[in-house]
Design a protein around this ligand. Sequence first.
Ligand SMILES: *[C@@H]1O[C@H](CO)[C@@H](O)[C@H](O)[C@H]1NC(C)=O
Ligand SMILES: *[C@@H]1O[C@H](CO)[C@@H](O)[C@H](O)[C@H]1NC(C)=O
Ligand SMILES: *[C@@H]1O[C@H](CO)[C@@H](O)[C@H](O)[C@H]1NC(C)=O
Length: 468
Amino acid sequence: MLGAPRRSAVISAIGVCSLVTVWLSSGRLQSTSLGSTIVSTIGQQKESIPQTAGIVSNGHLPAQASLYFNQVFSPGPADSYDFPALRKACDRAEWHEDVYLQCGGMFAGMTSIMSEVKGCFKMAVEAGTGLILPRIPIRDNTNLLDFQNNEDETGDAYMPYDQWFDAKHLIDSLERACPRMKVLHPDQLKPGHVHKVDVKNHWEIDVTKAPGYHFTVSHFWTGNPFRKFFDVEFAKLQKDHNNSGTGISVIKISALFLLYNITNDPTGGDLKLWNEIAMLIRFLEKPRKIVNQLLQHINRPYYGVHFRAENDSIWNSAEEQMNNDLDVLDKAWARYGESSTTGINSYKPLVYLACGDEKQVKMFADVGKTRGWEVTHKWELAQKSTNPETLKMINELAFDFQGAVDMGMMLQSWFFIGISGSAFSNTVAHARDPIGRYRWSSLEPEDDGGARSVLVTDGVQSSYPCCL
Ligand SMILES: *[C@@H]1O[C@H](CO)[C@@H](O)[C@H](O)[C@H]1NC(C)=O
Ligand SMILES: *[C@@H]1O[C@H](CO)[C@@H](O)[C@H](O)[C@H]1NC(C)=O
Ligand SMILES: *[C@@H]1O[C@H](CO)[C@@H](O)[C@H](O)[C@H]1NC(C)=O
């Protein structure tokens, strides 16, 4: 069970908003066919392929973390990964022809959204349905508590998946690993679209009505599979509605935060599937390119610190975090670095701060210096660069996509320090661990599998509720 303060922290972290999404049906639609040509028109962007930086050897990362970085952040095309767990799940599913899930209810910070998207994809794989690419609101760039979500899911802040993430990577990967899952762009449901798709049913399933469901308490797991719930609800919809006519059935459903407990599977299969679904969610070219440009400006190992000091923080103060982080930096260096007398690890690492507040990083850099650490951040690295384009590109990104840049930098760091209550910190820590879950502090005597991560308790939550 979640303690009350812990749960309220999660809820405030994702915004006090309408938890149940009310959808507006997107109106009557007419005509045309489905097919892979539709799918292949989505998200085609030409990639420019920058040089891979010398420092991005990936050699210091566990293989799984390096694979994740490749799929989600590689500047050039991602390697053609075969997604074995996803393939298995798709082979096992019973597929509903011409039935598509349209997930809604997604909002909050970037890593919470990534988790909600994973939940959406998992629901579709398990139910054996196609996918309408979700529309997701991007939060306001200055008022970080304004998630710009609203009940009818309309407005400029709502952007389709291909403006958040690389839809081509998703579609290409699904074509290889899960060919029966068809993907449509939401615009294809609108009148006048060149590849418009006929919809015969606009239906909705309310996940919050699942027996025993409580928001943020993970509900579905291998012993209580989503598929079972879906089949019952889908059968009811078919029974209660006139199902004749031609076209697809679109089923709206909320991809609720922390819906799945993916660790409650003794075979470990559910976690493997979850980790692979995470690798479908690849960033767009700009943040990927910036990460790789920043990495080229760093010529020695660096430790990454997620300094959660933006003014929407609900955790301990910036000063307290900074002091905790500096203590952990000293311990990490004593344990993993100092004793190396030769090679690249014999240099005291740089510290890279992941932080969305340019003023707070200055304080950390000043105090860090008095404790023997050289501290930098994306703005400084970009300023020092001979390529003025990098800084311009960073500043042009929305707040949450700047977060994507920091996420890439945290993944590549030689050691990572985050805070226990943050979805961003936990997402990074999970991705760095070879099992895809943060297990324990790398300062503990137990083998960390190369994860080299510490989540410092933030004064509110000692751990993040299950499961991002
Ligand atoms: C954070 O700062 C921005 C810009 O200065 C401001 O608009 C916003 O209201 C602040 N938010 C909080 C929670 O203080
Ligand atoms: C069911 O829908 C079809 C097509 O829209 C219509 O022709 C038919 O009359 C409807 N049947 C019933 C029983 O409402
Ligand atoms: C998820 O599953 C794990 C492993 O069985 C269990 O320890 C944990 O309490 C579960 N969490 C929730 C929120 O159900």
